[in-house]
Design a binder for this molecule. Structure first.
Ligand SMILES: NC(=O)c1ccc[n+]([C@@H]2O[C@H](COP(=O)([O-])OP(=O)(O)OC[C@H]3O[C@@H](n4cnc5c(N)ncnc54)[C@H](OP(=O)(O)O)[C@@H]3O)[C@@H](O)[C@H]2O)c1
Length: 253
């Protein structure tokens, strides 16, 4: 059976754990030549090893997405290894939980650097390569938003601001990229088991109450595969994926 992403070349940032790892593993299982980027080399190497043992094609490129030179190197190494870039998933991100009045300017800037500037740097490089390549020209840029881009959590102004901004960047990239065959999509997950929740949870699935159900990163990865595997002429712009019992977003009372 033909795999859904056979021979596509994909970069996934934040691929050393959680949702990014889930997306990278599923992309590779679906036949994509997958480049895993994050800061922790040891974790990336282990994941690439496991993918390779299963017959997939993957490469680790340790990258801090806040560092322009490292982002440039990530895209250059991908092009050198696999010849083109079809899909870029801007997934790297950090959570915040601190009252607004206690946030220092330094901490504000640190979060902006990862959640926003990192997305910009990777999107800019993706656009440069996708615009320049042929047969076909273009590609897809999939950004990781959050349900926080719809309904903020308490005490998380940096996270909320960056996730709302990612929604805007997704529309802008699609508008400006259309003439080059470049489109962008955004995924807004609700609670998903990952490094964000590893301190509180032992795994995905039910929590202490029905409202605390945690999705598996593979649930979110299936949405990313769908986005990445649609015909070039078609784009799934936005997907919100939530545990059914996570009701505060969907209704009142
Ligand atoms: N889990 C949820 O419930 C949930 C819900 C909605 C949205 N999201 C979004 O999903 C995305 C992934 O988060 P996650 O939940 O999977 O958490 P996670 O397991 O903590 O993963 C975060 C990833 O981002 C990477 N990262 C952090 N700073 C980086 C930097 N400067 N440069 C490169 N990579 C960096 C981390 O790798 P290194 O530490 O190795 O660099 C890690 O791979 C985030 O954008 C998050 O906002 C998560």
């Amino acid at each position: 059976m033909t795999k859904q992403m056979q021979d596509k070349v994909a970069i996934v940032t934040g691929a050393s754990s959680g949702i990014g790892r889930g997306i990278a593993e599923m992309f590779a299982a679906e036949g994509a030549k997958t480049v895993l980027a994050a800061r922790r080399k040891g974790e990336l190497d282990e994941i690439v090893d496991a993918i390779t043992k299963k017959g997939g094609t993957a490469m680790a490129v340790p990258t801090d997405v806040t560092q322009e030179d490292q982002v440039l190197a990530l895209f250059a190494k991908t092009k050198q290894a696999y010849g083109r870039i079809d899909v870029t998933v801007n997934n790297a991100g950090v959570p915040t939980h601190i009252p607004t009045e206690e946030i220092t300017l330094e901490y504000w800037n640190q979060v902006m650097a990862v959640n926003l500037t990192g997305v910009f740097l990777c999107a800019r490089e993706a656009i440069r390569y996708m615009k320049a390549q042929t047969n076909p020209q273009g590609g897809r840029i999939i950004n990781m938003g959050s349900i926080s881009a719809k309904t903020p959590r308490p005490d998380s102004i940096q996270y909320t601001a960056t996730k709302f901004a990612i929604q805007g960047m997704t529309h802008q990239i699609t508008q400006d990229g259309r003439k080059y065959g470049i489109v962008s999509s955004v995924i807004h997950p609700g609670s998903t088991f990952s490094g964000f929740s590893a301190g509180r949870r032992t795994g995905p699935g039910p929590g202490a109450t029905p409202q605390e159900y945690s999705m598996d990163p593979a649930d979110v990865a299936r949405v990313a595969v769908l986005m990445a595997s649609l015909p070039d002429e078609v784009n799934l712009y936005e997907a919100t994926i939530l545990p059914n019992q996570m009701r505060s977003f969907i209704s009142r009372g």
